[in-house]
Design a binder for this molecule. Structure first.
Ligand code: SAM
Length: 310
């Protein structure tokens, strides 16, 4: 049984309230990326399904070429808004808005393209991975193969050690923050290059469990007190031009429970584990950064203990 607090966090994480959708419509990098990918992948006369349609904007991009678009949205307030907006836009009648759960809905006939934007940086909170995996299984049972194309097709996720300024007018508050990738972040010192920790390819089965450990070559002296999470969505692959149409999410910067002082040339061991769709604190709770020699010493000690008990 979920507590009221858990229910609220589920609602805000998965079913974003209407007033937040204006920010999404205003996000030029997101909008232009999806528009380009949809224009590239939706052929004239195609059948398209959107899972989590929100205001209906991505379905409407698809309707410029598609014969029919099914747009599934759970939140009834957004269903009403999407219908109202589509009625005001040319080709809007090609989009059928359905109030339903993306975990259950299947279109009445096979589709060529599925659009799904339930994407949070680091694939936290929103249920993109679970929704797509559930869809693929149910779609294959109902229609057989092949599977439709997915927008986005894949995701690349990276992590970077930072020295982050958490001093606000003298008040120290190591707090979760989001950063606009195109802005210069004066409060962030990048102490090492980012490292890719996970790649999700929706043409393959995707495991929601993400676990990683790796070693960073520290480039500058400082204190690693935060990890920056970077998520690049490969919205579409343009095979003819050997290019991709991408969308970079806002960065997520999470403070480390135990900061580490480092010198240039040090090797920093970082580990993390979480489930896609999980909460931000569920990732934070597993984040560790330590000097590599400390980790090796701990391992040596553990192996010695194991040898004694063997
Ligand atoms: C990030 S928003 C994107 C909205 C829209 N596609 C856009 O790009 O502007 C994700 C949408 O998915 C909807 N959603 C989340 N989980 C859902 C589910 N299980 N079934 C249907 N809709 C869902 C949310 O209500 C929200 O409108």
């Amino acid at each position: 049984m979920l507590t009221e607090r858990e229910l609220e966090s589920c609602y805000l994480g998965q079913f974003i309230p209407v007033h937040y959708h204006h920010n999404m419509l205003m996000d030029n990098r997101r909008m232009s990326g999806f528009k380009a990918a949809i224009t590239h992948l939706v052929a004239p006369g195609a059948k398209v399904l959107e899972l989590g349609g929100g205001t209906g904007v991505l379905s409407w991009f698809a309707a410029a070429q598609a014969e029919k678009v099914w747009c599934v949205e759970y939140n009834p307030d957004l269903v009403a808004e999407a219908k109202r907006f589509l009625a005001q836009n040319v080709n809007g009648e090609r989009v059928e808005v359905i109030q339903g759960d993306a975990f259950e809905y299947l279109p009445p006939e096979p589709v060529d393209v599925v659009i799904c934007e339930m994407i949070h940086v680091a694939m936290l909170r929103e249920k993109q991975v679970q929704v797509i995996e559930s869809f693929k299984q149910r779609y294959l049972e109902k229609f057989g193969g092949p599977l439709p194309l997915f927008i986005p097709e894949a995701m690349i996720m990276a992590v970077q050690p930072l020295q982050q300024d958490y001093c606000f007018e003298g008040y120290n508050a190591p707090i979760v923050q989001f950063q606009e990738p195109t802005f210069i972040q004066t409060g962030s010192v990048e102490l090492a290059q980012p490292s890719v920790y996970s790649m999700l390819d929706f043409t393959q089965a995707v495991n929601p469990q993400i676990a990683w450990e790796g070693v960073f070559a520290i480039e500058h002296a400082g204190t690693v007190n935060a990890l920056r999470f970077v998520t690049k969505n490969i919205l579409a692959v343009n095979m003819q031009q050997s290019t991709t149409i991408d969308w970079l999410n806002h960065y997520l910067v999470l403070p480390l429970a135990e900061p580490v002082s480092v010198q240039a040339g040090d090797q920093l061991h970082v580990s993390l584990a979480y489930k896609a769709g999980g909460s931000i604190p569920s990732l934070q709770a597993t984040m560790r950064a330590q000097h590599l020699h400390v980790v090796e010493a701990e391992w040596a000690l553990q192996s010695k203990h194991l040898a004694v008990y063997a």
